[in-house]
Design a protein around this ligand. Sequence first.
Ligand SMILES: [Ca+2]
Ligand SMILES: [Ca+2]
Length: 306
Amino acid sequence: MNMYSTKFKMLPSTGVLLSRLSIIGLCMLLVSFPEHAIAGTIRHDVSDSSYTVLATAYDSVGKLNIGAGMASGVLIHENWVLTAAIPLSSAPLGTTVEFIIGGLSYSMDSLFTPVYGDGFDLALLKLATPATGVNPALLYTGAGELGSLGTAVGYGFTGTGLTGATNHTTVKRAGTNMIDEIDGSGIMWADFDRPSFPGESSLGSATPTSLEYLFANGDIGGGLFIEEGGKTYLAGIHSVIDYHDGFNDSDYGDKMGSTKVSLYVEDFINPFIDDPSSSSVPEPTTMLLLGTGLLGLAGARRRFKR
Ligand SMILES: [Ca+2]
Ligand SMILES: [Ca+2]
């Protein structure tokens, strides 16, 4: 038994996770590509430029082109991108993956080298050439996420809390939200609070931040950052949208969930970067077996349980 299977036995079963994904994630899969995609939404009473200016402070977040679809990713090492597994596992076989950061495009070291764990939605992608002109994000390893102000960063479609996400501008956008809840599977949740409508709040304070924001599907794989001791850390990877109105369009009242990075730094991310040939990593041929949608994801997770 390897360290990952031991660790992840503490997390919800694959069945529990997939049942949640079947409700939330399946809707996301259907809208992960441009013709349907949706992404980060902003307050209706704040200018968009406030959000795009904030994003310029987060160089480590790039755009991930997955065939005709898109997601986001975070550079955590000059050779490595941390992102979400779902957009990759839902891509058809043979899909070309490229990472755009600092105005440059990087191909992958080899196609489909994402690594999935049992019960978490993370993937590591190795770049074919190092992205030396960009400072990688610092990974958060503390325990101060709950109650912190998070800054969510990503690319993709946008809109306001009133309209939901409607427009794709391929502009990087960042906004803030309070991390109000961390669930048993290590997902950090924040709700999109509507100014002067406290009844639409479902978590924590009903008062929105000055740049209250919610990511959506084009942002999946992007980063949630927190500040501590004067430094900025990557604390979460955008994973799921939860909603109560029938539409996962990231309008007011919806919630965003990010995978808690600190759970995986020492036992998953750092060992894999140090030694990608680790026995816990599925072999490349396994990755080629990934099909479309949740069946592919489920297969990858089951294989990881060995
Ligand atoms: Ca909120
Ligand atoms: Ca909604």
